[in-house]
Design a protein around this ligand. Structure first.
Ligand SMILES: C[S@@+](CC[C@H](N)C(=O)[O-])C[C@H]1O[C@@H](n2cnc3c(N)ncnc32)[C@H](O)[C@@H]1O
Length: 351
């Protein structure tokens, strides 16, 4: 027996969901054509004025603007026929350093679609899809998605939440950023602590090249270097701090990584593990953040882990309990949640 009221409510949800899905291509268009930034810089504009300012075809632009106004991404004034980007929406679409800049999230959604054929085959075979074999520039999308969080929290909140780490970094410490990807976390730390040395390791050679380019562009080549290396056998030793940003759950052998990280640390060193926010039980993650992370996990994280040795397949929503088990299995004696944001938990492990 169909409950009409429940059906209507669910169709309402579906309309919202399909609208959101339609925004993936539309937001990415607006971003790559510079429409958000041009509109924000210029203030309220008609479609003709913005077409001129952004150097795009007015007829196409009018359709895009109409979609954006229907989405509440832009404001529309019917009297003057002008569109504008309200300051709150500008934080999401135009200000790359804002804590809620989310265009990278739309890039990730597009990467999920690119990954679909390979992941679909993996659902049948149970095999993995290697990080480097995944679709489009998934690496760029992931790096862009995480960067605003690191930019706004890493130096300001996360490092100070660790016991005695900022003092060491200020004096001059040796740091390894393991699974560094495009290296934004490494570059931010290197900029903030010029007396310390930072080595980024990642097993994906093209990400290491991008990380080197980012370090150069941000003027931190002197105290950073990036090397291709596996989390469980990178060569460096005697680190004061090892960091893992949103990557432990992607590894095939996170317990092996934990053991290797421990032996690469000084006896009074610290391992900082940044992982997606998640509860230990599924029912704690049935919310909008969990929804996004489970999709990323199924389409990116799980295939990455299952493609590697051991294939632990922790998933992005492993939860603190499972993460603690992995971390302590490598020989770490204490693990505590140092701090958190709505999207991340920051764990501090000590040998
Ligand atoms: C989700 S990305 C995060 C990248 C980066 N830390 C960031 O926050 O932007 C996961 C990273 O882990 C790396 N990775 C996965 N398994 C690895 C392993 N076993 N050893 C080294 N790197 C690994 C991938 O190449 C990828 O760059």
């Amino acid at each position: 027996m169909i409950d009409e009221a429940k059906l209507h409510a669910f169709i309402g949800q579906m309309l919202g969901d399909l609208g959101g899905a339609s925004s993936v291509a539309m937001v990415r268009l607006g971003d790559s054509l510079g429409l958000y930034k041009t509109l924000f810089a210029g203030g309220p504009m008609t479609s003709g004025q913005l077409a001129k300012a952004a150097n795009v075809h007015e007829r196409y632009l009018r359709e895009w603007l109409s979609h954006q106004a229907a989405s509440n991404y832009l404001a529309y004034d019917a009297k003057t026929e002008t569109f504008s980007l309200p300051p709150e929406q500008a934080m999401v679409f135009a200000h790359e350093d804002s804590p809620v800049y989310m265009v990278g999230g739309f890039d990730v959604m597009s990467a999920l679609l690119d990954n679909q054929p390979k992941v679909e085959a993996a659902f049948k075979s149970g095999k993995g899809v290697a990080w480097g074999d995944q679709g489009g520039c998934m690496f760029c999308a992931v790096a862009r998605f995480f960067k605003p969080g690191y930019h706004n929290h890493l130096v300001q909140q996360w490092l100070p939440a660790l016991d005695g780490v900022v003092e060491k970094l200020e004096r001059g410490a040796e740091v390894a950023d393991v699974g560094c990807g495009h290296g934004w976390s490494t570059v931010l730390m290197a900029k903030a602590f010029p007396k310390s040395n930072f080595t980024g390791y990642d097993f994906h050679p093209s990400s290491i090249k991008d990380a080197q380019a980012h370090a150069k562009a941000h003027g931190v080549s002197d105290n950073t270097r990036f090397e291709v290396g596996l989390a469980k056998d990178y060569p460096g030793k005697d680190f004061d701090l090892v960091t893992c940003f949103d990557c432990l759950h992607d590894m095939g052998d996170p317990a092996g990584a934990s053991a290797h990280i421990k032996q690469s640390l000084k006896s009074d060193g610290t391992w900082m593990i940044v992982e997606p926010m998640a509860g230990d039980a599924l029912e704690q993650n049935l919310n909008p953040v969990g929804r996004l992370f489970y999709a990323g996990s199924a389409m990116i994280c799980l295939p990455t882990s299952l493609s590697q040795e051991v294939g632990a397949g922790l998933g992005a929503q492993a939860g603190e309990k499972k993460l603690r088990e992995v971390i302590t299995s490598g020989g770490f004696k204490s693990v505590r949640r140092a701090t958190e944001t709505p999207f991340n938990m920051i764990l501090e492990a000590r040998p």
